[in-house]
Design a protein around this ligand. Sequence first.
Ligand SMILES: [Zn+2]
Length: 359
Amino acid sequence: MFYKQFLEAKDVFNPEFVENFDYWLTTLPENNQKNITASVVSSRLGVKYMLADLMLKFAEGKGILEKYYLVKCPDCDFIIDVISKDEIASRLVEGVYCSDCEEMKDVQPNNIYEAYKVIKHPDVTEEEIAKAIVKRLGFKQGNDINFNRADSLLSKKSTLYEAFYSPDESAYKEFKRLRSELNADYGKNTTSKGSALEKLVLEIIGHIKYVRVSDKVRTGTNQFDCTALCGISTLYPSVFNTLAPYFIIECKNELKKKPDNNYCNKLLSIIDTNDAKLGIIWARKDVTSTCFTTAREHYLTHSRSKKDQIIITFSDEDLKEIIDNRVNLLQYMEYKIFKVTSSSKTCTYEMFLEMYKEE
Ligand SMILES: [Zn+2]
């Protein structure tokens, strides 16, 4: 073994595969030490794609490889951008200029590929490597790098969700601080009590990229607790189709009472008269079960009209998932929406993830 870091991988993976990977990575020519994809490893070493993918992730975890993303022109296949995970969202929304085609290109997840480059070399001499090569002579190695659909973001859905929502440590700290304010003694000041929850909700939703939130929107007849503008058109993650052009959140910071159908009906009457497709009741306790039925019936009566109308609900239990278990909010919202549209009241988030597992 050249990379000592791979010794422990032998407990997890097939030892022969680990040895081959170690040898292959060590002897890669300089110009092939980048643009390494799971497809390349899979075809070179004759292992299943998923195994190759896991091995690359393992090497990344050990600081040997670094992950990045390549954007290929949808028309000429030229690599037009090399980006980090943080930049994926902006490329999907704003597009990328192709200097070969000399124009801006719409970029989709199938144009973005996950790749790795070698950033740490093994602690061995050239001589030791040369010896190993002589020993293995006959092991053929091509130079061509290929990108398969499996390497593209279309097959790496969780990366897409993370590209649009990934709060950092300090954000989670702030979520926790704001949550601890929810139960403070506000005396008779119901406005401050109510706005404590609004602040938390605005903070969380505000971490979705390209979504702008406000608690100041008023119409002639209504004031919305929170309004979230989602002015982007991206096919993926598809939940944005429901979030755009905006969605409305009614907050209820009340520990003792379950929000009842009145909230559901109020929200429904609001989204009936504007362009929002999604309304959220964000309360402390879970809503009464009639809310779900009402939401489901309303969805059905509108499912053939020109826009969807969906009501979903959040409670303290969901805050645990979002803040403590750090679920991806977009994926979690998609799950909530799925529950209403598929009428699967008993579906859990784990079951949902299982159904939508990556290819
Ligand atoms: Zn091009």
